[in-house]
Design a protein around this ligand. Sequence first.
Ligand SMILES: Nc1nc2c(ncn2[C@@H]2O[C@H](COP(=O)(O)OP(=O)(O)OP(=O)(O)O)[C@@H](O)[C@H]2O)c(=O)[nH]1
Ligand SMILES: [Mg+2]
Length: 480
Amino acid sequence: MERQDRLFEYRACKGGQDMSMYPKFAVVGHPNKGKSSIVSTLSMDSSVAISDIPGTTTKYRAYPLKVDGEIIYELYDTPGFQRPRAVLDWLRQKELPANLRRERVIEFVNENENNPKFADDIELLKPILAGAGIIYVVDGSKPYGKEFEAEMEILRECAAPSMAVINMIGDRDFSNDWKNALSHYFRSIRRFNPMKANFSQIISMLESMAQLEEDWTEALKRAIEALKDRRKNDISKSARIITDMIKDIMSHRVYIPVREQGITPEEIDKSKIKYLNDLAEIENRALRKIANIFNRGIEIDTPSDIFSGIELFSKESISLFGLDKKTVLLLSASGGAMVGSSIDAVVGGSSMLMGTLIGATTGLYGAWRGFDKLMADKIIGKISADKKLVLGPVKDMELPFVFLKRGLYFTVEIANRPHANREDIDIAQALKSMVDIDFAQKRKLQKFHHKFAKDEKISYSLINDYSNIIESYLTNQIDR
Ligand SMILES: Nc1nc2c(ncn2[C@@H]2O[C@H](COP(=O)(O)OP(=O)(O)OP(=O)(O)O)[C@@H](O)[C@H]2O)c(=O)[nH]1
Ligand SMILES: [Mg+2]
């Protein structure tokens, strides 16, 4: 079998790589210490496999970080050490001067290539021997033990640029012990939590990595600048998507031909469902786009799955949203202040999928505010052949704020969480946990919403002005 690692040419001397190449780092350590999580967060890639089962990663794999199609650095995910003691014994069979010890590790890899006993150890050494720097990961919430020394000895024999990272997985704190031990082997030691790291912590981690090897410093500094630029750009793009979403929601219209014999109430209800469904679809598309901007593969149910075949105002529609009659009355009596927590109570908060929440919110919103009040409806056309029922635009001026808050909340959440954190975003939180849009701001936005709702062409500068307001809001909330 032609293996990928055949492409590797092991280097006997330190100093990683050609100047022209981007920096590479192998993330190594004991099994189940958050190596893959660190790779995911630093390469900003949600596809890295993370799990609580030790031995999840069995092959090394490169995760490049690209900005504008160009790789700016690369992280290697690797399996954990398996038999470090035996590897070290093998290496130490010969006593060698320091200048030949890296070559001895290469010898080990070449000679034991087909020995399953050392499969994981060899796998993790390969990228290091091909020129990657070392990021050694430990869990600072577990006690230090002498058994880790064989691992660190082996890494030292590789004579590669290296640093240690203390990841606190649990609540206990043994980080001082770890620091004492690690400082015998590594000049650079730092804490990094891949599940909680925000953007500035990632940047500060990259700054530490830039110090490991002179040849990488410039490249990583450029990488940091490129990432900051991209982030600014991503925020700006998201603001524009939210703007378009609100404009599309406000101006949405559905046209239904009216036959000679008129239109039945059932047909009108059906059209109203379609109208709501369309709004949820517009939101759904916008959120997907935003998720893509931040390189998140997120599953969002399509709203049509939620609304299809439901009769409006029917028992079915009420129970779909988890509402009994009493709750509906309570909701309609409570007014806007309650909407956030009520939605939570009704749809069960974070236990629901986001897509369901999207659908349920528009549905619930309809049930609460009254479907009839949500949108304009009128019959147009004088001659019966021309007659149409027009639904839209949105009449309820609270509705755009519901979508706006959800869009902002979603963007802030997705932009601020590291890629190793794969939890669902509980978008129902949007309506209660966010700082409310203040009255003056609301009035300002309201004017835009009225303009968006008009059936006429919207000027570029209007879109731009709205987008700038959204962008400044996002900029304040998103860590840069
Ligand atoms: N709470 C918390 N959990 C973490 C952190 N880092 C990793 N974990 C969890 O620890 C487990 C192992 O994480 P991985 O990133 O898969 O660890 P690994 O070192 O790649 O594991 P192997 O590939 O099996 O060697 C997962 O359940 C993670 O969710 C952290 O900083 N905080
Ligand atoms: Mg792993």
